[in-house]
Design a binder for this molecule. Structure first.
Ligand SMILES: [Zn+2]
Length: 304
């Protein structure tokens, strides 16, 4: 029998230390953590500004990114308390970045199978990351069938953020989970370090075209609908197109920051704080990665 969590949310109480001789709490001890039941065994779990997922099925529990050792240790205790006797059967990594992928050993029940895209596995090996290595890797797509809980369809859409970044589609729940390259309700992170703006656009277009999801859960910020993902796509398209047009017209980064009108998205969180940094990030990618200013028809930056 599949077990359904009844608690809606649980906030981890900060560890309050008092009295001389107490062991100081680490910074991680005051991180707010919670579990939200999305129905049908699917859950979003949160540690600070990070979200991940878990899915309870007839024979155990699948967990997405472990996030870090402290978060994964906390989640493991929650799972053992809520679902006594159910093993963690699978851990699925969303991508290579260590702030989402560390801590997997805390979720390893011995027979737990860890799954990642092959490019993530290659990156961890090349860069000596202390990530619990995957037992299963794949190149394009991978479908995991879980008894009583439908399938999880993993797909790789190309470069977008980190290495080997995949989408997770929980088919029975019509829910898509993507980490970092789709962000709802908030601007993408600052200067888009580690991102590829062209890949973010292409991958987001692809999941909207090919995956019939109705609910979206990101690795940061808000949950949302298909329409929210469409709005996110329109933002990154407007950001890219506006910066590109400015470069082709010979404008400097500062001129583009002053003139590009993205006010249609001013309701998104961090708009005022990060809009100019988003523009800077796309500008630098177009210059350094896409070589737009090396085209003979494009004037020197700031030439107008
Ligand atoms: Zn992230």
């Amino acid at each position: 029998m599949r077990q359904i969590a009844t608690a809606i949310a649980l906030i981890a109480a900060p560890v309050v230390m008092a009295g001389a001789g107490a062991v100081p709490a680490s910074a991680q001890d005051s991180v707010a953590r919670e579990i939200e039941d999305l129905g049908g065994g699917l859950h979003r779990w949160t540690s600070g500004n990070y979200h991940s997922m878990f899915l309870v099925h007839d024979e155990g529990i699948m967990v997405a990114d472990p996030l870090n050792e402290e978060a994964a240790t906390w989640l493991r205790a929650q799972l053992k308390e809520r679902y006594p006797g159910l093993p963690i059967t699978h851990v699925i990594y969303s991508h290579s970045h260590p702030d989402h992928a560390y801590g997997g050993r805390a979720l390893d029940d011995g027979a737990t199978q860890f799954i990642a895209h092959e490019l993530a596995a290659e990156t961890w090996e090349l860069n000596r990351a202390l990530v619990r290595r995957p037992d299963i890797t794949f190149a394009d797509s991978f479908t995991l069938a879980l008894p009583g809980a439908g399938t999880i369809e993993l797909a790789y859409w190309g470069q977008n953020n980190g290495k080997g970044s995949v989408s997770m589609y929980f088919a029975e729940h019509d829910t898509l989970h993507v980490v970092d390259w789709i962000v709802l309700g908030r601007l993408p992170y600052r200067t888009l370090g580690g991102y590829d703006i062209g890949g973010m656009i292409a991958s987001t277009r692809a999941v909207l075209a090919d995956v019939p999801f109705t609910t979206f859960v990101g690795g940061h910020a808000d949950m949302g609908s298909r329409e929210d993902v469409e709005e996110y796509l329109s933002y990154i398209e407007a950001l890219h197109s506006g910066v590109l047009s400015g470069i082709i017209a010979g404008r400097s980064l500062e001129e583009i920051q002053q003139t590009l009108d993205l006010s249609a998205y001013s309701h998104l969180k961090q708009f005022d704080a990060w809009k100019d940094e988003n523009i800077e990030g796309v500008y630098n990618q177009l210059v350094d990665d896409y070589y737009v200013t090396m085209r003979p028809e494009v004037p020197e930056p700031g030439a107008t």
